[in-house]
Ligand binder design. Structure first.
Ligand SMILES: Nc1ncnc2c1ncn2[C@@H]1O[C@H](COP(=O)(O)OP(=O)(O)OP(=O)(O)O)[C@@H](O)[C@H]1O
Length: 235
C-alpha cells in the first residue's frame, strides 16, 4: 500500500470498495493491527500500538474473510469467543456475557441452532454465527471483511439494518464489500485501486459515483432507483 492517509468518521458506516487485489483486506488488517506495517494507526484517538491487546480487543471487533473456526464448537460457544476480552483469565462467562451472546445470536437469527456444531452448518449459517461472534464483543468499532459472503438476500438486508442500528447507537463500522449497491448504503465510501486510496467521500456524492465507475473501468454505472443508489453492469 502507498500513501494511505485516512480518517474514519466516528458513529458512521464506511464501506471500502475496489477491484480484486486493490488492497482492501490488507488495509483492514492494518487497521486491526493484524499486519506489520509502516506508519501509524490510531483507534479512538489512541495509538493502536500503545493499547494493550485485551483493551484493543474490547474496543474493536473483527470479522475476517473466509475465517476458519473450530468446527466442533457449537454456534453458542463460537459466539462466546467474542466475550473473551471481557473475561478474566480462565473465568467462567458471566451473566452479562451470556446475555450479550444471546443478543448477538438472536440479532443474526442464529439462536435456534445455537447447540449445533459449526461444522454442521451451511456456509451462510456459519457466516451468521461468525457475525454473532463479532457482535457479541459489543465493541465501539467493528471491522468486517466481506461480511455478506454466502448470505442470501434477506439476510443481506438484515445485515444492512443491523449495521444501520449499530451506527444509530453510536458504533463505528468499517466494512469491505463487493456488493457495490449495498456498499452505497453506507455513509462514507473509500475507493481503492492498486494499493492506493483513489477517493473518499459520502456515498450520496456524484464525485464518489464517478470514482466508483472509474475504478471498475466504467464496466458498471451508478443509478438512482426507488430512492437508493444502485450499480448495474454496463452492457
Ligand atoms: N500475505 C501476502 N503476501 C504477499 N502478498 C499478498 C498477501 N496478501 C495479499 N497480497 C497481495 O496484496 C494485494 C492486495 O491484496 P488484498 O487481499 O488486500 O486485496 P483485496 O482488495 O482485498 O482483494 P479481493 O477483492 O480479491 O479480496 C494482492 O495483489 C495480493 O496478491
Amino acid at each position: 500500500m502507498h500513501d494511505i492517509s485516512l480518517a474514519f468518521p466516528l458513529a458512521r458506516w464506511t464501506s471500502i470498495v475496489g477491484p480484486n487485489g486493490a488492497g482492501k483486506s490488507t488495509l483492514l488488517k492494518v487497521l486491526a493491527g493484524l499486519l506489520v506495517h509502516r506508519g501509524d494507526v490510531a483507534l479512538l484517538g489512541q495509538p493502536l500500538a500503545a493499547l494493550r491487546h485485551r483493551e484493543r480487543a474490547r474496543q474493536m471487533s473483527w470479522l475476517g474473510q473466509n475465517e476458519s473456526s473450530a468446527d466442533d464448537l457449537t454456534a453458542y460457544d463460537v459466539a462466546m469467543l467474542g466475550r473473551l476480552p471481557h473475561q478474566p483469565w480462565l473465568a467462567q462467562p458471566s451473566a452479562a456475557d451470556h446475555a450479550a451472546v444471546e443478543r448477538a445470536l438472536r440479532a443474526t437469527q442464529s439462536w435456534d441452532w445455537r447447540g449445533r456444531p459449526l461444522g454442521q452448518l451451511s456456509a451462510g449459517e456459519r457466516q451468521r454465527v461468525l457475525l454473532a461472534r463479532a457482535l457479541a464483543v459489543e465493541a465501539e468499532v467493528l471491522l468486517m471483511d466481506e461480511p455478506l459472503a454466502n448470505l442470501d438476500p434477506p439476510h443481506q438486508t438484515d445485515w444492512l439494518l443491523l449495521v444501520k442500528d449499530l451506527v444509530a447507537g453510536g458504533k463505528t463500522v468499517v466494512s469491505v464489500l463487493h456488493e457495490i449497491s449495498l456498499a452505497l448504503q453506507a455513509d462514507e465510501m473509500v475507493v481503492m485501486n492498486q494499493g492506493r486510496v483513489t477517493h473518499q467521500g459520502s456515498c450520496g456524492e456524484a464525485a464518489t459515483h464517478r470514482a466508483l465507475e472509474q475504478v471498475f473501468d466504467h464496466r458498471i454505472a451508478v443509478h438512482s432507483l426507488a430512492g437508493q443508489w444502485v450499480t448495474l453492469p454496463k452492457l
